[in-house]
Design a protein around this ligand. Structure first.
Ligand SMILES: [Zn+2]
Length: 694
């Protein structure tokens, strides 16, 4: 998954006292470090607020200069100037928005809640600035005669439409209401996410009887014992809702009531009628979004969001999802009955429930493919997998990654690499932060500290929550985690290889339903036999993964895909349903979700991958956008076919992908980029086949 923090451009100066000394605030000038990396060792909590304030003032000054410029409005003096109007905000926002996700503290969270409405207001001050919009409009109206490059045309179009979509054409009273809505949404969104973080951290399942560990692998028990010790309960075992704890527990724990307990705690996050409850918050968000869409002339929020995406409108997305549903649900139902058969054989007379799914799937995997996750994990030491991802990038694109020491980091777990092109020129700096912590949001994402622009190279990071090393045992990844590492590194490549002239078009600043193509295609290499033989080496013996194990891994690739596709689709449809609403009055989100899932015919053993009260994606920029993963899955499967046709390391295919996708950012329409690479529009079939649905 990608969480691309959208740096909120922006500034109101009223709420600050200017007492803080700014002399040694590292954000107020270019970072004085090699490669211009953030000086984490010098950044202190008290630096952020004054830097945001100065940054907003600076941007206001720069925008006033654009307005006051007496020359004829041109691409350079309006559009490019606006693209470059916020150097200080870019610096401080880059660090701040990364740390509030990856290494937050109570103080940082409090500050982000305080700043959110201020930054939202600053953004509105820009996008609703009539004089600025007049300048942009003047450039836009003469766009045909300006002799612009394709990238300049795109940035102009994007800027102009961005202003219109932010309400620049609305009368003053509607603009004022829009400001009010944006401010409320910014605060509600942060509260929603924090409630989920609290729910994740609050739940602690301590086990004190050894018999309750039945079925759990040794490595997992060790890790749980260390967690318990760290939590001050030595001698017990601690399990939590984080993926690296919850999922193995559901997969292996023979104790059914405990599985039920952890499962229910997970799917009821934000839905416990307590201080972390998100029902009211999400209803308010949905209602405010609808009102915003209607102010801007749309019938529902999803049509507003989709207007500038590849999919264009809600009907296209719903048709796409419903079509897939017709393939996925029958496969999931068939999987459910296979699991039930397995349970029947045990003769306990139990009926398959949602908290049994992972456990019996693991058993069935063993029975059908003679494969156990614990058998393959020793071959997936984190460092080996990471080097495997680097190896693939080297074979495809000629790039090299070299570890840099002595680069300031915000946590000892973070490692830094210099990325170079084949000719030795620097492509960027790459940070990895792979282990879960209480201050880190769950999941995995890529982000940047600095955008690429012309000769300024980007600073990119991957943040994940993988299985931690325990005692002498290094971090050993599950297949899922292996694919996640390749996935996030795929986003990183999109960020690192970009060759654009403007921040607004560079790197991953592409539309949501295109942004997962570079990440998801990169997952395909992770399990190619040729690649596995390079990186999958036993962490103790160094033995290369045997062919028999590779065969088993490949054999089960479509295994459980009915479930995986169905839970993803259910969440995507739920997201669309919530944002397709044309009336949200008195909505009860819990009842609405239940009804929507019943209408779909979702079986009770499967919940949507994210339920309404903890659907962080639809807060963090994927509203009416969760379908993007499946949409891009069509693209990535079809695109990987090109590699399969010519060889997975075929230089020419790699060059085509690099030149038409990875380097291009948003400098061209995504379907044009895709066709330039593939020579045709994407086909659905490769995806259906790879998911075992055709
Ligand atoms: Zn992603």
């Amino acid at each position: 998954m990608l969480k691309k923090s959208i740096l909120i451009l922006a500034a109101s100066c009223m709420m600050y006292s200017c007492a803080t000394k700014t002399d040694n605030n590292p954000f107020l000038s270019e970072f004085q470090t090699p490669n211009g990396v953030p000086p984490f060792d010098k950044i202190k909590l008290e630096h952020y607020e004054p830097a945001f304030q100065k940054g907003m003032e600076e941007q206001n000054t720069n925008i006033q200069a654009i307005i006051d410029n007496t020359e004829t409005p041109s691409f350079e003096n309006v559009i490019a100037a606006l693209d470059n109007s916020s150097p200080t905000l870019d610096r401080v926002g880059g660090v701040f928005h990364n740390l509030t996700e990856a290494e937050t503290t109570d103080e940082l969270t409090a500050l982000s809640i305080k700043l959110a409405p201020v930054l939202a207001e600053h953004e509105d001050n820009i996008s609703l600035n009539q004089e600025l919009f007049k300048k942009i409009d003047a450039v836009y109206r003469q766009k045909e005669s300006l002799g612009l490059t394709r990238e300049q045309e795109r940035l102009l179009e994007k800027t102009y439409k961005g202003f219109v979509r932010s309400g620049a054409n609305l009368p003053a009273d509607k603009q004022n209401r829009l400001r009010e809505i944006n401010k409320q949404l910014s605060t509600l969104g942060i509260t929603f996410s924090n409630n989920i973080l609290n729910e994740n951290n609050d739940f602690k399942l301590f086990v004190d009887k050894k018999e309750d560990l039945a079925g759990l692998p040794e490595w997992f028990c060790q890790s749980a014992a260390e967690e318990a010790k760290a939590a001050g309960q030595e001698g017990k075992w601690l399990f939590t809702l984080h993926n690296a704890s919850r999922l193995p527990f559901l997969q292996y724990a023979a104790n059914r009531p405990l599985r039920e307990k952890i499962y229910k705690a997970y799917i009821n996050r934000g839905n416990n009628n307590d201080k972390n409850d998100n029902k009211k918050i999400i209803s308010e968000i949905i209602s405010l979004r609808l009102e915003k869409a209607q102010l801007l002339g749309f019938d529902c929020y999803s049509n507003f969001v989709l207007e500038n995406k590849m999919a264009k409108n809600a009907t296209t997305v719903m048709d796409f999802l419903n079509n897939l549903w017709g393939y996925a649900l029958p496969k999931a139902k068939a999987e459910a009955s296979e699991l039930q058969n397995l349970m029947d054989k045990e003769g306990k007379g139990e009926k398959l429930e949602a908290w049994d799914w992972w456990y019996y799937t693991e058993k069935l995997r063993k029975e059908k493919y003679n494969l156990e996750e614990s058998e393959i994990k020793p071959y997936f030491k984190l460092e080996n997998v990471r080097d495997g991802a680097f190896y693939v990038a080297n074979k495809l694109y000629g790039i090299t990654l070299t570890k840099l020491d002595n680069v300031p980091v915000y946590h000892p777990d973070v490692e830094v690499f210099e990325v170079k092109a084949q000719d030795g020129s620097q492509l960027g700096i790459f940070y990895v932060d792979y282990f879960p912590r209480s201050g880190k949001r769950g999941g995995a994402w890529m982000n940047n500290y600095r955008e690429q622009q012309g000769s300024v190279r980007p600073l990119i990071c991957n943040v994940c929550s993988f299985t931690k090393p325990v005692g002498d045992t290094p971090s050993l990844l599950t297949i899922d985690e292996v694919e996640t590492l390749f996935h996030e590194f795929g986003h990183a490549l999109h960020g690192l290889l970009t060759q654009c002239q403007y921040k607004g078009t560079s790197g991953t600043n592409v539309v949501r339903d295109f942004v997962e193509l570079p990440s998801q295609i990169n997952e395909h290499w992770a399990t190619e036999p040729e690649v596995l033989k390079i990186y999958a080496k036993h962490y103790q013996t160094g033995e290369v993964i045997p062919d028999t194990l590779i065969g088993k891994i490949l054999n089960q690739q479509t295994f459980n895909q009915g479930f995986m596709t169905t839970e993803l689709l259910a969440a995507a449809i739920l997201d669309m349903n919530l944002h397709n609403l044309k009336n949200t009055e008195g909505i009860d989100v819990a009842a609405y979700e239940k009804e929507a899932m019943e209408q779909l015919g979702l079986i009770p053993q499967i919940a949507p991958r994210y339920r309404t009260t903890y659907f962080n994606h639809i807060i963090g920029g994927y509203a009416a956008g969760y379908y993007s993963y499946l949409w891009a899955n069509v693209l990535d499967n079809d695109a990987f076919e090109a590699f399969k046709e010519h060889g997975i390391f075929d230089k020419q295919t790699a060059a085509l992908f690099r030149q038409n996708v990875l380097e291009k950012g948003d400098s061209e329409d995504p379907m044009v980029l895709y066709k330039n690479f593939r020579g045709a529009e994407p086909q659905l079939d490769p995806m259906l086949k790879n998911r075992g649905m055709k």
